[in-house]
Design a protein around this ligand. Structure first.
Ligand code: 4AZ
Length: 760
């Protein structure tokens, strides 16, 4: 009996557990077979010609890996496609499967698998070419690319998928319609596009109707390859598209990988073969002083592919004239240690990186005949850009009586320090001496004092006629029906200021109801903070990533939260399924409501190096229940003209660390009072502070936000017990609680319209 049990147990172990403890490692790859003529039959996987070629190649790949150090793990290679290609020969697209014991590390790494193949080709190189002979198969060393892929990619495309379509664009200029419906054939569908060799593919997306779920349920990934290779993603489309746009491949193949759950989902668009643009031109800037011309990125208005290059050679009319490039939403900055990822520029032998911004800039080249070289340098497709060029007087870039902004724009000197952002980056509004109040003079009162709700002049002239309709500007409050008034903080102040009363609409916000009046000032500290009481910050949210407290956020409505982009910027952090929002919570672990996240919208200009545009929106899967509305309440959003004066009370709140070296997070929600600094002072601490940032703290540094508070609110109360507005979002800072190094916050008033465009 005992022997039988042992035998059965051993067999069970061998067949069940051992098998279970193995797992697959999947790779997709491609390489070029040189010196072989492509024949049309290779397009048909069923053809005899394909089978015979694929067999030969499969044999070679297997031979390479069976000779290698991972021979015992190698299972099989499958040749999925043979395509013709711009360099001649045949491009081979293949899958590989390895079986790896789960407990044995390391697994087969991506670099190792690639290196094995490359080494084999390398050792067989002949002459001085990049072609090596593997069992007499001529493989181009430079063309080898091997990527690890998900098992799901392999099973949905390689392992007998029902939904693969192959389409060809044989003639340039013919747009081939491409419509995909959710009923097409399952959740995952793949469309492989191939153009004739020598051409590129332009895909036009006319509309994409899907549920916006961060590509969890519905989405489209466009690859610059025929297999889903991670290193070759051109575009991930997770949101519905209603306005058509197009993008371009870097070779003659493209793969569209659709995920569409059931429902009325569909994709409409087309694709075509296009010729590679020769982006090379000589531009003469004529004598006429107002002469301007336009410069477009290659394939404009299509998105820019990861590879492209352009050279523009300019010639101005006189050696005293340089060339000014006026960009709509792009800026050139000297390249530093970091790689350029939104465009690489060489202008007169100096290298610059381009970056997309939300304002216009001017780049001046003080040379009458400069050569401007541009290269695409992003990993995926990026926005196209457009610039106009003019000549300018090198010795005097701006007209006399004008001020040169750091954006390169020229603005009238009288506009310097006038309280309005004329330069579009506020460079005309920093390092201004505090304006004198000048209460006696008529009409020349500095905008800082006008209608800010405070009596700056003893005669009160700064606070009169504040609700009279005037021309709209950056410092006026715009009523919904269009007209503007000078009263800066008219929003939700309990007084009807706009004729249409829109200033008091949607004002169920920023009105907490703490259960006890004040906390008995305990000695617990955030950085220099005290415990909050229940209901004091009903918009405060704790965001948990994979079960651990990671960031803060604020409630904007029943299903939207706002937080910092940097909380979601890396691979897994951008997956909404791994996040939970804890709402109506005072002590960690005691949330009144736990919400799942449906979607994370990170600002498209968020810059992970500079933390510029550090803002993200989170949509909840379900709204929080109205029964909790005593403990969960939205915060008010400041309109663009909102100003914070010395009479505002501002607090930063969160469950973050209490000091730089702290190891344990507090359980109770802490609050610390901080003061908002002028942008001039902010720039003294952090020269990199952008107009989208604000500094807040205390001179000693003793009250501050710290790690873990990120994404959480900096809330300011309107003077006289008014409502609470979300003025900042905890973003960054040098250390925590250091003197003269305040916390840096995302300036929310710069994002009001961006926020409303997504949440309403
Ligand atoms: C952080 O790492 C962080 N002292 C947040 C705020 C500050 C510093 C660091 C400001 O999340």
């Amino acid at each position: 009996m005992f022997v039988v049990v042992v035998i059965i147990w051993s067999l069970l172990w061998v067949f069940m557990f051992r098998r279970e403890s193995n797992s697959g490692a999947y790779f997709a790859g491609m390489f070029r077979v040189a010196n072989v003529e492509f024949i049309p039959e290779y397009r048909q996987v069923e053809s005899h010609e394909f089978a015979s070629m694929a067999n030969k190649i499969q044999h070679v790949v297997s031979y390479v890996y069976k000779q290698s150090s991972v021979s015992r793990l190698y299972k099989q290679a499958v040749i999925s496609d043979l395509s013709n290609n711009n360099k001649g020969g045949v491009l081979v697209h293949f899958w590989m499967v390895f079986v790896v014991p789960r407990l044995k590390t390391p697994a087969v790494c991506e670099e190792c698998v690639g290196a094995i193949f490359r080494d084999s080709v390398y050792t067989s190189l002949q002459n001085r070419s990049s072609v090596g002979y593997l069992l007499s198969l001529p493989v181009d060393l430079d063309s080898i690319l091997i990527n690890a892929v998900q098992r799901s990619d392999y099973t949905s495309i390689a392992a007998g998928s029902q939904c693969i379509e192959k389409l060809y664009a044989n003639l340039p200029g013919m747009r081939i319609p491409l419509n995909v419906f959710s009923s097409w054939g399952g959740v995952s569908c793949h469309v492989k596009l191939t153009a004739a060799p020598g051409f590129l593919i332009r895909l036009t997306v006319s509309s994409f109707l899907v549920q916006p779920t961060d590509c969890v349920d519905d989405g489209l990934v466009v690859y610059d390859a025929l297999l889903p290779m991670r290193g070759r993603i051109l575009l991930r489309l997770c949101e519905p598209v209603t306005e058509a746009f197009s993008l371009v491949s870097t070779s003659n193949v493209m793969l569209l990988s659709f995920t569409m759950t059931s429902g009325n989902k569909n994709f409409r668009g087309d694709f075509e073969a296009i010729i590679e643009e020769l982006c090379l031109s000589r531009i003469e800037i004529k004598s006429h002083p107002d002469f301007t011309g336009d410069l477009y990125s290659p394939f404009y208005p299509s998105l820019l592919p990861p590879q492209c290059s352009c050279t523009w050679t300019f010639q101005t009319y006189s050696s005293a004239l340089g060339v000014a490039l006026h960009f709509k939403n792009y800026v050139l900055k000297l390249k530093d240690m970091k790689a350029c990822d939104q465009g690489w520029w060489k202008i007169n032998e100096v290298i610059y990186c381009g970056t997309y911004v939300d304002h216009s800039t001017v780049f001046r080249i003080s040379n009458p005949s400069p050569e401007v070289e541009f290269r695409c340098s992003s990993r995926t497709s990026v926005q196209a850009f457009e610039a106009s060029y003019t000549s300018y007087n090198i010795s005097q870039p701006c007209p006399e009586s004008h001020f040169l902004c750091t954006t390169g724009l020229c603005v009238d000197k009288v506009r310097r320090c006038d309280g309005l952002d004329d330069c579009q980056d506020e460079s005309d509004e920093i390092f201004c001496s505090r304006p004198s109040t000048n209460c006696a003079g008529s009409g020349s009162l500095h905008p800082l004092f006008v209608c800010n709700g405070e009596r700056d002049c003893s005669n009160g002239v700064d606070e009169i006629n504040c609700t009279q309709e005037t021309t709209c500007s950056g410092i006026s409050f715009q009523c919904s029906s269009g007209p503007c008034i000078l009263k800066k903080n008219a929003k939700c102040d309990g007084v009807f200021d706009c004729r249409d009363q829109s200033d008091e609409r949607d004002c169920e916000c920023g009105d907490p109801s703490p259960v006890k009046k004040e906390a008995s000032s305990s000695s617990e500290r955030i950085v220099g903070g005290v415990n909050s009481v229940e209901g004091e910050w009903p918009w405060q949210v704790s965001l948990l990533f994979s079960g651990s407290m990671y960031c803060g956020a604020s409630v904007l409505s029943s299903d939207w939260l706002v937080s910092a982009a940097h909380c979601f910027s890396k691979d897994r952090l951008s997956d909404p399924r791994l996040w939970r929002a804890h709402l109506g919570m005072l002590n960690q672990g005691n949330a009144k409501h736990e919400a799942e996240i449906q979607r994370i919208v990170v600002h498209k200009y968020y810059n992970a190096f500079t933390f510029d545009y550090d803002i993200a929106l989170l949509q909840l899967k379900k709204p929080w229940p109205p029964t909790l509305s005593a403990l969960i309440k939205p915060v008010c959003l400041p309109p663009p003209s909102h100003t914070v004066t010395d009479s505002h009370l501002c607090w930063v709140t969160g469950w973050g660390y209490r000091s730089e070296g702290d190891k344990v997070l507090p359980t109770v929600l802490l609050k610390a009072q901080v003061f908002i600094q002028s942008q001039t002072d902010c720039k003294k601490s952090y020269s990199l502070a952008s107009p989208r940032m604000l500094c807040a703290g205390v001179p000693s540094g003793e009250q501050d936000a710290c790690r873990g508070d990120s994404g959480g609110p900096l809330s300011c109360q309107e003077p006289g017990g008014g409502r609470w507005f979300l003025i900042g979002i905890v973003s960054w800072g040098l250390g925590c609680g250091r003197p003269n190094l305040p916390g840096v916050y995302t300036r929310v008033s710069k994002f009001t319209s961006w926020i409303y465009s997504h949440i309403s």
